[in-house]
Design a protein around this ligand. Structure first.
Ligand code: FAD
Length: 599
């Protein structure tokens, strides 16, 4: 209405119009004007960790939301402002004379710092700030409260807490809005006069207290190597249009976008609808029974990047699935059990989110982490103490064993000499997504099932390459796989040979991502070094060296295994036994004094 409030709606990881409790709340205020805003968050832009694939997914999601806003009201779009939120939102609230700022609540450690800062600025200006939960099935802070104030470290704890909060089911999804108020007129929207006030383009801002030191240590680790901070246009983008940025504008070469997976609410909802229409698939979905070696199509839904950017609502995903399960139950058809079924998968996501919400910054690091067991890996983050005596990673690593650094490098570059591992790492780099059990395989291999390298280093690579990267899920699952938390059966290791053979005896997956082995007989596809040399030559690829050598005369080269797997497996199990025997949880003092090296 014309005398309603002026509302600024700040989009972040909620790039959708359907089932958006925060957006619907904003509209329920009957705004006279509504400005859908996106700010250039340093968390997203100034960090170099994101791959071109993830940027492309993000930009597609932004463009899709923008188009949907325009469809509802031709004067509307996503207004992208090229400046960090802590710096720009204050001046925007003043310039646009905003009454209420609304956004979806985000309990990530970094997000909390950012949002607290922005809230403080807004409230000082007399602007009302409303944050509404909607990123998870259940409000994470409520879950923690109903879990006795503790992080949720098991599915059982999560379920108990949610049952105390109601009937254990999330709220039903909301519809998309039918109409949108106008933004301000062009003249009032214009921010030219702010250009100077908020500093030069691409300036690295703001420094939230502690954020640059502690957000998964990654902001810190990447400081000093920003490349994409210089934008070629002002605050409002080219032609003062508030346009969604192009990859070029962000300094990203579109040729570097190699993922086939596409972003945006429209695509995400279509993917969800396709699976939901397949009731047999939904009803019989069992995570451990889905093949990590399947591709085109992969065995699971691949909705995780949409979950991350909020282009598909997690509550809609849950309820669309649950309705199919309920229908099948009435029809007396078989449904798979919790938690291997799809609702169970989404609840794991909530479990990690709530644990992270409680633990905060240390959730992503080995040191000072109240839930992670400390294990003296051979390649370990190096820590220093800040002025408050709190440990943080200084961005470098301690190498106890030079070989561990080499193992890590070869793992990352997909040249371990274990085709299953190399295929997965190459798929991860190229496409930004790998199957859950593939993640299990490479995470186990890097940590307690081969290389004996810290889970933090692996999580950091995932952080860079995954299009679905989510701090809570990534750190949580890495702790699980490395037996630092959640899971402790360290004697159960994935074999890089026997495990994939069970799924894919022909080695189709390896042939696709490690094409130099394309001609190998299936007998040798997971252990090509065992093939007779004459066969190797006949198949066009010789197995030798560490994967850095070039072949000659059209002959390709694939590396020899970088170690004897069984030997390494036993070594790791023995080390883990030792670490568990010491019973160290967060052995901070030992790490800080350097004593851990002697363990
Ligand atoms: P589906 O099997 O179709 O499951 C549906 C949804 O449930 C997923 O989209 C996801 O939102 C959720 N989900 C499923 N499994 C898990 C799980 N174990 N933990 C949390 N949520 C889950 N997932 C991320 O979203 N971001 C990450 O950064 C991430 N890092 C991981 C790192 C490691 C080492 C491991 C082992 C797992 C990681 N996962 C992560 C969890 C899981 O592998 C992915 O969510 C899943 O493979 C995504 O594929 P999908 O959408 O086809 O999953």
């Amino acid at each position: 209405s014309s005398n309603g409030p002026r509302v600024l709606y700040w989009f972040r990881t909620d790039l959708r119009l359907h089932d958006s409790p925060a957006l619907m709340h904003a509209l329920s205020l009957n705004p006279s004007h509504l400005i859908p805003l996106w700010t250039w968050d340093p968390h997203y832009v100034y960090r170099q960790r994101g791959s071109a694939n993830r940027w492309a997914f993000l930009v597609a999601s932004m463009a899709d939301v923008s188009a949907s806003l325009t469809q509802l009201n031709p004067k509307q779009k996503l207004h992208v402002v090229r400046r960090a939120p802590g710096k720009i939102i204050g001046p925007l609230l003043k310039k646009w004379k905003i009454d209420v700022l609304v956004f979806e609540r985000d309990t990530d450690a970094y997000a909390r710092m950012r949002d607290d800062e922005v809230t403080r600025i807004a409230e000082a200006l007399g602007v009302k700030v409303i944050s509404v939960t909607g990123r998870t099935l259940f409000d994470c802070d409520e879950v923690v409260k109903h879990n006795g104030g503790r992080p949720t470290m098991s599915m059982g704890q999560l379920l108990k807490a949610t049952e105390k909060m109601g009937d254990g089911t999330p709220n039903r999804p909301l519809d998309r809005p039918m109409s949108l108020p106008d933004p301000l007129d062009e003249k009032e929207m214009d921010l030219s006069e702010l250009e100077d006030e908020v500093g030069s383009n691409g300036e690295q801002e703001p420094k939230f207290a502690g954020a640059e030191q502690n957000d998964f240590n990654a902001v810190q680790r990447t400081m000093g190597e920003e490349k994409n901070t210089q934008f070629s246009c002002g605050l409002m983008g080219p032609g003062k249009s508030f346009s969604v940025p192009t990859l070029e504008e962000m300094g990203i070469d579109p040729e570097d976008v190699t993922t086939p997976h596409k972003g945006g609410e429209t695509v995400g909802l279509a993917v969800l609808a396709k699976y939901i229409a397949n009731e047999e698939y939904i009803g019989t979905f069992e995570k451990p029974a889905t093949a990590p070696t399947d591709f085109e199509p992969q065995a699971t839904t691949l909705l995780s990047p949409h979950m991350h950017f909020g282009s598909v609502s997690v509550r809609k995903f849950w309820w669309d699935v649950q309705d199919v399960l309920d229908k099948r139950k009435k029809e007396k058809k078989h449904n798979s059990n919790h938690p291997v079924n799809l609702p169970g998968q989404l609840l794991f996501r909530d479990m990690y989110f709530a644990a992270h919400a409680k633990v905060g910054v240390p959730f992503g690091q080995a040191i000072g982490n109240p839930v992670a067991r400390f294990i003296p890996w051979h390649l370990q983050s190096k820590y220093t103490v800040d002025e408050h005596g709190k440990p943080f990673s200084d961005g470098t690593y301690l190498v106890d064993d030079a070989q561990a650094e080499e193992y890590f490098r070869r793992w990352k570059e997909g040249r371990t000499g274990f085709p299953w591992i190399d295929a997965l790492m190459r798929q991860l780099k190229r496409e930004g997504w790998i199957h859950h059990l593939g993640r299990h395989a490479v995470a186990c291999f890097l940590t307690r099932g081969g290389c004996y390298v810290s889970w933090e280093r692996g999580a950091e690579v995932f952080e860079e390459w995954l299009i679905d990267h989510e701090i809570a899920c990534n750190a949580g699952n890495w702790m699980w796989l490395s037996c630092a938390a959640f899971f402790s059966q360290f004697y159960r290791c994935y074999s890089p040979v026997a495990f994939p053979k069970k799924w894919d005896p022909e080695g189709k997956f390896v042939r696709r991502y490690v094409p130099e082995l394309g001609m190998f007989d299936k007998k040798y596809i997971y252990e090509p070094h065992k093939a007779p040399i004459a066969d190797q030559k006949a198949w066009g690829c010789v197995v030798k060296g560490d994967g850095t050598e070039k072949g000659n005369l059209g002959m390709q080269v694939y590396p020899k295994p970088m170690f004897d797997f069984n030997e390494r497996k036993q070594f790791c199990i023995d080390k883990l036994k030792e670490a568990y025997g010491v019973g160290l949880y967060g052995a901070d003092e030992k790490v800080l004094s350097g004593e851990w090296k002697k363990l």
